[in-house]
Design a protein around this ligand. Sequence first.
Ligand SMILES: C[S@@+](CC[C@H](N)C(=O)[O-])C[C@H]1O[C@@H](n2cnc3c(N)ncnc32)[C@H](O)[C@@H]1O
Length: 218
Amino acid sequence: MARKKLQRFEQNSQSENVIEFGKKWYTTIKGKWNAEFFKNNNSITLELACGRAELTLAFAKNYPERNFIGVDVKGARLWKGSQTAIEEGLTNAAFLRTSIQYMEEFFVEDEVTEIYIMFPDPQPLDFQEKYRLTSEGFLNLYKKLIIPGGKIHLKTDNAPLHHYTVDMVKRYGGKILFETTAFYDSELKDSHFGIKTVYEEMFTSKGEVVHYVIFTIS
Ligand SMILES: C[S@@+](CC[C@H](N)C(=O)[O-])C[C@H]1O[C@@H](n2cnc3c(N)ncnc32)[C@H](O)[C@@H]1O
């Protein structure tokens, strides 16, 4: 394995704000994020498949009265978010390394207020549907964690994923609160404080449009 990656894994293992296998809180934090980690009663927002967690960092900076958790399976990506949060003294941001499929192991019912999913892999093939982060299986999972009426946000360059999500949410009995095929022409254009994630930057620099959907599932 590349030396840089190993160094990042080592730093993650020492960083209080990274919760991962083998460390403090990994098996005990469920239902206790506020009591044990954040030490306040503020709402918790998740950024799923966060990569380097740019949105988590921007939100943590701009909303000090809220708590944020970036979730991703890749430790070397989470490292960037974790180190930036440490450098900037952001105590309202945490980074959980796990597969999203295991979220139930980490959160109890109603522990989460809002969820953001930014530029997830679209998983376009039929046999990949179960890996799409807005497929029925994942909606079932989110429903177990999020408060009734809690908003779920999807930002993507991928038109089929946008339309699939809208269709899936309606079939699921959820509500589409907002959708656009042109985020930067919409009233929400400044709501992410001008930050672009790595993947957003990659797609928009090639001229791709940015789709956005907000929905609830309960
Ligand atoms: C296309 S990248 C997007 C990263 C980031 N949101 C962005 O916009 O730059 C997809 C990310 O999802 C993560 N990912 C995909 N499936 C996942 C899963 N089931 N559980 C946890 N992370 C996952 C990958 O590790 C990767 O960092």
